[in-house]
Write a protein that binds this ligand. Sequence first.
Ligand code: C2E
Ligand code: MG
Ligand code: MG
Ligand code: MG
Length: 251
Amino acid sequence: MREAVRQHQVVPYYQPVVSLNTETAVGVEALARWTLPTSRIIGPDHFIPAAESGGFIGDLFFQILRQMCADVVKWDPSIRVAVNVSPNQFRDPFLANKILSVLDGTGLSAERLEIEVTEGNPLADWTRTARTINSLKAEGVRFALDDFGTGYANLGQLNGLPFDNVKIDRSFVTTLMERRESRTIVKSIISLCRDLEKTSIAEGVETGAQAEWLHDNGCDLAQGHHFSYPLPADAVDELFRVGDESVYGLA
Ligand code: C2E
Ligand code: MG
Ligand code: MG
Ligand code: MG
């Protein structure tokens, strides 16, 4: 796995993030894929844990970030890009500087970058994490709290750290039409976001009915198979070619 990272076999795929108001893409989320020489593609759930326990999650992240910046600068400047950071990476006191130097080197403006953070446990080093987040925010980078409503992502984090966006966990969206509890929870997350002036993003939208319900209930943005699967860079090149805005509508 470590060798695969070194050999650039781990690449970003991109899933469009869509405005529920306009049904056009406003950004993408970069999702790591391990592309084997045999053309087999392996998803991150199968290698992120190994990268974390093996101590090379930082190397993997910077491979993804560099490739991502190189891809994104080719796309329309209105398109933002989100990348997932493992909570362990906040232990690195130079994380912010390293990210900013990749932006510098590739020419991606900080305003187009968004960093998604999951889980609260390793975010326990609150002071260092807050310092890292604040110094990146000062440059214009935005932050999202990922998988909100499950695991460690909790109200305390929303209170203590300056997140711009909240991503509503897929588990609530998947059961939206079947379960009244899911609808109640999602409604309250959306209203929490509105009151705290954060953008709400629904993950894992797979049907038109889910998209419509989310729009009717005031959710801002969404991503999911209903709009688009995660796509390789060359497919996104087609989608977001500079000056070709007619193709941004995905639904
Ligand atoms: P995540 O950040 O919450 O990403 C969303 C996951 O939901 C992605 O899974 C995406 O492919 C999947 N998804 C999107 N729309 C739908 C849908 O409509 N239905 C269903 N069933 N799934 C959908 P993926 O790509 O397998 O990634 C899994 C997780 O791995 C991510 O969850 C993220 O936490 C982590 N991950 C991915 N790339 C990276 C990375 O570069 N670094 C780190 N540290 N973690 C990463
Ligand atoms: Mg994410
Ligand atoms: Mg998520
Ligand atoms: Mg997830």
